[in-house]
Design a protein around this ligand. Sequence first.
Ligand SMILES: [Zn+2]
Length: 203
Amino acid sequence: MSEIREFSPKRFAIASVTCPSCQIRIERDTKWCEACGFTGSKSMDMFGENPPPLLPILDVVDLWTPKEQKKIASAVKAFGKRFPQIKWRICAVMLGAEVSLPVFGFWLMNVCPLNTGETEEDREWTVLLLVDGKTGNTSVTTGYRAEVWLSDENWVPALAEASSAMRQGDTLQAVTNFLKTAKASFEKAWKRSQAQLKQEAAS
Ligand SMILES: [Zn+2]
């Protein structure tokens, strides 16, 4: 398999803190997960080598109307006012229960070439929200820099809200409620990290 691409081949390593397949914590740039054997190229075997461009709102299944997409865009903008370093990607899919959303998210984040004007660092600050219109399942995939800052359990309340709205058929609220709850979690994590920094400076 030729590896000449527009993105860094390093991305084929598992550039995350948790394995997307079995969720155990792993070292950055590990070539495979020692617990379940997951590799970055395994995701390419599953989903191919030509993902759609990872746009800010990627809705290839027409889950949202153009008007709803505008509302999502302004909810993202509101989040960005408080935390401008986070680059959101909101993506609707119809994958069904047999496909693992975290593995699909890993594939999108790692195999999608960078967009025009998007840097490698931007991608590492990217948080991808996936919603599955078929199952109502939701997941979050974070770039490396965002991930070390905000651990998985911070997403639990926001994802629970999103999934429950999805299952009630409210696909717009799934996203807007998610962003609202995620913002609150970020605030808490931010305060925690600031307090930690202060403590480190004092010792
Ligand atoms: Zn694993």
